[in-house]
Design a protein around this ligand. Structure first.
Ligand code: PMP
Length: 429
């Protein structure tokens, strides 16, 4: 495959946009080479600027769960756009989407719409702090909750009690209020709650992690986390930006059978337009302005185009919940196919899968947290990524990302993907 035009566009973009991209992982830094510029997409396929057709396994990092340019979503946006694109005044469709989301997701009475997952998580934490009157939060190493200051904290030796910023520009003052725990390790959380009694407002977690590859939560860990939070008066925030409306109608809460206190959303809820949301029970949501004292706002929040895309998307998922089963079946099929190809080839690997999230790690040890995910061999990953790309398969350009399957993928597409892996095996050995 040739990528001449993509490379030329990338050169031009770099003159005017830092690194040529508006979100870093798009730049292929982790895998090398120039990023591919997409021209259009339909269903499960991307068509790039050089005329290549690629099978898409990122689905815009989650939102396009029904495939690209899905007609009911596109039509809803077109019809809405003809009537005005933003008013800064309330519109009926905001309530329509809120009502539908609240009916689908357990434990939430009210929902507030924002413009991104970052905003959703940032606002959820502010609300938790306002509601509890406490300052500190616990997050897990390797979990990503957007690029707000409080979340750009990574694990490191000595970061057991106080986090340290991993991005310049995050002040020590902010970093000290973010405590780091280890995913799937309840004792690491317990150590923090013991050392910071009555100081912790919230624990925020990806209930199924997707930002260190896909990582499955241990059942006892999740149950224990819920119990610990309840016992200590800490709010449990489920960051369902990836899992919400993807793992099932009610998201991870429903699938795992664990109740969260605040839930955040993004991706699928906006049907491919910029939407985030956070939600909780009345008692907590009534702490938000204009009812309560915790301030949060947005010129474009509840934007009619975004709401119409979200409403069309959630309506379809709500009416056809078998989509979640179909997606999980397809993902299991891909998993089995990959296993069949990789077994006995002398390539250390682990495959993690939950619902329609899946990732392949080049390590022989189970991947259960950030440290074990980071043990994956990135040199092999690079060869794998570029090998698959050469076969027309578009995977996340980083080992620390989950794949997101979309329901437009056919079993023929999955067979082609498995065959592609078979073809490139010699390059990985
Ligand atoms: N939370 C999670 C779990 C995410 O995966 C992401 C983005 N990938 C975010 C929050 C941030 O969302 P956004 O990029 O829309 O700001």
């Amino acid at each position: 495959m040739l990528y001449k035009r993509s490379s030329a566009l990338f050169d031009e973009a770099q003159k005017y946009i830092p690194g040529g991209v508006n979100s870093p992982v798009r730049a292929f830094k982790a895998v090398g080479g120039d990023p591919i510029f997409v021209k259009e997409a339909k269903g499960a396929y991307l068509y790039d600027e050089d005329g290549n057709k690629l099978i898409d396994f990122i689905a815009s990092w989650g939102p396009m769960i029904l495939g690209h340019a899905h007609e009911p979503v596109v039509n809803a946006v077109i019809e809405k756009a003809k009537k005005g694109t933003s008013f800064g005044m309330p519109t009926e469709i905001e309530t329509d989407l809120a009502k539908l989301a609240v009916s689908m997701v357990p434990n939430i009475d009210k929902i507030r719409f924002v413009n991104s997952g970052t905003e959703a998580c940032m606002s959820a934490v502010r609300l938790a702090r306002g509601y509890t009157g406490k300052d500190k939060i616990i997050k897990f190493a390797g979990c990503y909750h957007g690029h707000s200051d409080s979340f750009l904290i990574q694990a490191g030796s000595g970061a057991v009690t106080f986090g340290s910023p991993n991005s310049p520009g995050v002040t020590q003052g902010t970093a000290k209020d973010t405590l780091l725990a280890t995913y799937n390790d309840l004792s690491s959380v317990k150590a923090l709650t013991d050392a910071n009694r009555r100081e912790i407002a919230a624990v925020i977690i990806e209930p199924v992690a997707g930002n260190m590859g896909c990582i499955i939560p241990d059942e006892d860990f999740m149950k224990g986390l819920r119990e610990l939070c309840t016992k200590e008066g800490i709010l449990l925030i489920f960051d369902e930006v990836m899992t919400g409306f993807r793992l099932g109608r009610g998201g991870a809460q429903q699938v795992l059978g664990i109740d969260a206190d605040i839930v955040t959303f993004g991706k699928v809820i906006g049907g491919g337009l910029p939407v985030g949301a956070f939600a909780s029970r009345n008692e907590i949501m009534d702490y938000l302005a204009p009812v309560g004292p915790v301030y949060q706002a947005g010129t474009l929040s509840g934007n009619p185009l975004a709401m119409s895309a979200g409403l069309a998307m959630l309506t379809e998922l709500n009416n056809n919940p078998e989509i979640f089963r179909s997606l999980a079946d397809k993902t299991a099929y891909l998993h089995k196919g990959f296993e069949r190809v990789l077994k006995g080839k002398g390539i250390p690997y682990q495959i993690n899968r939950f619902g329609s999230m899946i990732s392949l790690h080049f390590t022989d040890k189970p991947v259960v947290d950030f440290a074990s995910s980071a043990k994956g061999d990135n040199e092999t990953f690079k060869k794998y990524f570029h090998g698959m790309l050469s076969q027309g398969i578009y995977l996340p350009p980083s080992a620390f990302e989950s794949y997101f399957l979309n329901d437009a993928l056919t079993y023929e597409d999955l067979d082609a993907t498995i065959t592609a892996l078979e073809t490139i095996i010699p390059q990985l050995q």
